[in-house]
Structures are given as structure tokens and as C-alpha cells.
Design a protein around this ligand. Sequence first.
Ligand code: TRP
Ligand code: ZN
Length: 471
Amino acid sequence: MQVANSRRTAILRRDAVLATVPVAVAALLAAAGPASASTIGASGAGDPYFPLSGNGGYHVSHYDLTLRYDISSRHLDGKAVLTARATEKLTRFDLDLNGLKVTRVTVDGRTAHFSRSGQELLVTPSRALAKGREFRVAVSYNGTPKQVTDPDGSADGWIATDDGAFVAGEPQGAMTWFPANSHPKDKSSYDFTITVPKGSTAVANGVLLGQHTAQGRTTFRWRQSEPMAAYLATATVGKFKVDQFTTRDGIKVYNAVDPREANGSAAVLKKLPSVLEWESKLFGPYPFRSAGSIVDHAPSIGYALETQGRPLYDSAPDLSTLVHENAHQWFGDSVSLTAWKDIWLNEAFATYAEWLYSEQHGGDSAQKAFDALYARPASDELWAYPPGDPGSGENIFGTPVYARGAMALHELRKAVGDRVFFRILRAWASEHRYGHGTTAEFVKLAEGESGKDLGSLFHTWLYEKGKPNQA
Ligand code: TRP
Ligand code: ZN
């Protein structure tokens, strides 16, 4: 299990100021009809669990992030240049940014007016952006990033450590260190240029383009060229031992390990190439050109994250965790959620990968894992809510999502047989590669591949309240 205490309470920010439109103006707008529909991009992407995550009115195709982090003072200096396209006419739009001080915003090189409201950075370009227009927003900012801390004590975002920062953004943390359209609906390529004190290493996603030391500082340039959701971005900083090599399949591996975790992680990290090969056989080709691991020494975090192309661990991972986070590269990273409600499409699949790995490597069978869970009494937290409908953001990393979600996949496997089951997993990964998938689409695919009506199976395992009484 990846989640230390299996419970996660995420912060739902409800403090944004609602735009109040004076009655007379509202009446005028209404009278004018659809031609003068709002030209203000929405403050959220429409996700009921995190209403202010993401924004409306544009898509970001690329982030160019230039960061400088001073470890001892914890001061971050940043410039983010976003290449975006307006999906509607925009006189104003929002970015998500939590904390930090914004010093300047430009749109296509012209100074733009900006203001802050809770986690929203409101940008008013000097000229309206026409629908369909590509534009570039540059935001200069600085300050001490503040992690998002949940009531249960788990943290995400830019989390300072004793030798740098553990940077994990799921589900709400990306906006603690860069201005973004921070919802997995919007995926983008990324360039990172990160400067840290000499002797420290800054590890982001994708391929290392180069590193350069001058005047007591080292700058690392990273490129993530495949589309990535903002929450999967990292810029973890610390004292790391680095190991780089290329796999037989041509994937560039970069492992960064805190020396305090080196002994504990060596044997498991050695297995990464064979785990990726095994997963590629089951799920189809590995989706990214980079792979690896960041093994930090930050044990108070209590979880690992499937940061794209290079999972992030708070301490030496066990083999099962390595399998889990790398399975997410197919399920969660390459194929993304459109809404957090569908989180089982990430967590149940990665958990089922652990079961399969065990089954195929001399450990317990998936059936045995299923049986052990099914033996739990109806009062167990496993049955507290259905995995397909966790109810709110605070439940998205709970046991029902991981374990009962994996049980749903096991039931599917038994219903359709191994051959069809693995065909479904591969088709899911390939048909939605670099894109998105919904639960409804998964059910449809499973029914299409198997020729079976699976409605009641998925209803029972994903949506029924309480412990399903058939197994
Ligand atoms: N997605 C992570 C995993 O691989 C879990 C996770 C991410 C998490 N952020 C979290 C768990 C915050 C608890 C709290 O399972
Ligand atoms: Zn997971």
C-alpha cells in the first residue's frame, strides 16, 4: 500500500471572492443576448471536488519555467512563460497560484493588469484575446512557497526538506510553485531551468538537457516533451547521488537518491529496468522517453507520487511501491483523468499492477489478495464508500479507491478471462495515450472488447454502497 495512513483530507478552498455583477449590468448583459456572453474565463475547470482547480477559456500547450531556489533561505524566484490558446474571446482569464508574490505579468510582451483572489491570479491583457488566438503569458514571481497542508497532516506542493524541497503536486500542489491551469484536463509540455546552490541537484520531469555550474550555483535544464498534467510536475531539490543509463528499449533513466536512502533503495532500484519491461509487456510500450526515480529522505510525507517519467519517493521504496508508481506512467500519467471523481482509474490500476506483479513473480495471486480483502467485515473502512464515487476530494486517496477499485478490476478479469482482460488494459493505454479517459469510456471499451454486458459488474463494484454481497 502506498498511502501511509490511507486517509487523505484535501483542502477545498472556498474563500475565493465570487464575482458580483451589479444588477443593472447583469440586466443589460441578459438583454443583449448571447452575442455578448461573458468574455471572462471561468475561475475553475468545473471539477466538483476542486471547484477552483484549473480555469476556463484557454488551454496551455507549453510551460517554460525558470526557477532559482535558495535552500537556506527557502526563497524561490520564478518566471513562468505559458503558451496558451484562447477557447473563447477573453478580456480576462485566471491562472491558479497559491501564495508567492507576483511582480509582473505580460501577455504577448505587453504589460497586463493582474490581481489576486485566493488561489486565483486574475490577468487582464491590455487587449482582448480573440477566440482561437495563441498567446503567451509571462509571470514573474517570488517568495517562500507554502505547502498545502491537509487536516490529516499530509502535505503537498513545494515542501521544504532539510536539504532542499520535496515537490509533489497531487492533487492541488502545483499552484504552490508555478502559475498554472492546474487541472488534469489540461496537459502540456514543459521546459524547466532550475538553479540551485552548487552541490545540490534539481530534478524535474523528462530528459536532462544539460547542467552548468558557475559562481557557486548549478543550473539544470529538463525537458518533458510528452503532455503532462500540472500535478505531475516536480522540481525536487536536494543532495542526491545520480545514476544515469539508457535501457534496452532506449528509455533514458535518471535515478536521484538521497545518500541516506542509498543502502535501503539500491536493490529495488536495480529492478527498475526489469519492472518497466514487465509492465511494457502487460500494458504496451512505456509511454515516455524518460524514466527513473527520485528517492528523497522526507519520511514525514507518508506517500510516493507518480511524477511523470520519474516517480518521487519520500524514502527508499519497496518493490511493490516501485511497481505501483511506474504502473501509473500508463494509468494516470499518459492516460489522465478528466475529473477527480474518476481517481480509481489511476489508483486501482496501479494497485492491480502490484497484485499482478506478485502473482507473476512467485508471490500471492491476485485472487488471494482479493480474498483477503473480501474477508474484511462490512464495517471495515474498505467498504466506507464506493470507489467510482468517492464523494469528495478528501476521499480520493482512501482504501476503497485503491483496494476495492483493484477488486473491481479483478472481477472484470474473472468475467472476461485473462486474454481479453489484458487486451482491455492495453487498448485503454493505447487508445487514450497522452490523452484522457473516463470511467464510462472504460466500461464501454471493456464491453466492446469482451462482447459482454458488464453494466451490473461495474455497478456492483464501483458504485454500490457498502460491501457487495456477491464475490
Ligand atoms: N498518487 C499517489 C500514489 O501513488 C498517492 C498520493 C498522492 C497521495 N498525493 C497524496 C496520498 C497525498 C496521500 C496524500 O498512490
Ligand atoms: Zn497510486
